[in-house]
Design a protein. Structure first.
Length: 309
């Protein structure tokens, strides 16, 4: 064999070994890349699953849930009662004391019983619950609110409760189908009232009516006290009228006593009586006297009874 043949044979061997090693390296590199891609896909999937995972569901009868629900009920009651009381006061043109509505709402006792799941947790981890919720009101508030409703020709409390399927036991109002929603968001327990429950509307109206009635009674009492005070002041300090001074008449001098009348003689009396009788009788026409026709008579005497000598 020649030298050239030997050299060509060695070159082929070296080239074959290099090709085999190159293929081996290429296979190793591809395997490493596949492992890296698969690991990356697994890591990304785990991250997505962690982001989409929801918080564990909260039970409806959890003590923390019930405390949050009571707080939500008190806040909603306060807001609705404040609005209704302001409307009543504006219509009557009176003012309400600050904080009086909140004090009334604080007197309402709320109790939650028979909490149960109405609908399982959704994708957001919120569970719909239902419970029997009772609200106990002071008897005075119920009485004053009934007077306001009667004065305004509104339906009675019993009829409204029956229409809204709310039971009443003395001064306790009960809704056996009260719905609320609970869950956790951001690591905190959340409680929300579903819809607009009739129980809250009725109780808020009762408390607002009681506040309004108390304000009206106080205003009328103040007006009566003011009127009574004015009457008392008028009686204790009457208005002084100017005194009328009557002028004193001067004393008249004593008149002298007239002398006693002295009786005149009978002639005078008879003459006076005749004169009086003549004055009383009506005057008669004078009768003409017949004069005798005798020329020897120089003078004729005519008798005239009315003549005065």
């Amino acid at each position: 064999m020649s030298v050239a043949s030997i050299s060509l044979s060695k070159w082929h061997k070296v080239a074959g070994i290099g090709l085999v090693c190159g293929l081996a390296l290429a296979g190793c590199d591809r395997s490493d890349k596949e492992d890296t891609t698969e690991q990356a896909e697994l890591t990304e999937q785990e991250t997505v699953d962690a982001e989409n995972s929801v918080s564990p569901a909260v039970t409806c009868d959890d003590p923390m849930v019930q405390d949050r629900l009571k707080s939500a009920l008190k806040n909603t009651l306060n807001q609705q009662a404040q609005s209704l009381a302001a409307n009543y006061a504006n219509d009557a043109e009176i003012s309400l004391a600050n904080g009086v509505v909140s004090e009334k709402i604080d007197g309402v006792v709320i109790d939650i019983q028979n909490a149960a799941i109405l609908q399982q947790a959704n994708d957001n981890g919120m569970t719909t619950c239902q419970a029997s919720i009772s609200m106990t009101l002071p008897s005075e508030d119920l009485y004053q609110a009934s007077q306001v409703q009667a004065a305004n020709n509104q339906p009675s409390l019993q009829s409204r409760l029956a229409q809204d399927n709310i039971r009443i036991n003395n001064n306790m109002l009960v809704d056996d189908a009260f719905t609320y929603i609970v869950g956790t968001q951001g690591g905190q327990v959340r409680t929300r009232i579903a819809g607009q429950p009739a129980l809250l509307t009725v109780v808020a109206d009762v408390m607002a009516g009681s506040v309004f009635k108390a304000a009206m009674d106080e205003q009328r009492a103040a007006e009566r006290r003011a009127a009574q005070q004015n009457n008392d002041n008028t009686q204790t300090a009457p208005t002084r009228q100017p005194r009328t001074v009557t002028p004193v008449e001067p004393i008249r001098p004593i008149e002298p006593t007239p002398p006693p009348t002295i009786n005149k003689p009978a002639e005078n009396q008879s003459s006076s009586s005749e004169n009086n009788q003549a004055a009383a009788e009506p005057s008669k026409p004078a009768t003409p006297k017949v004069v005798p026709k005798d020329e020897t008579i120089d003078m004729v005497i005519i008798e005239d009874e009315s003549a005065t000598y």
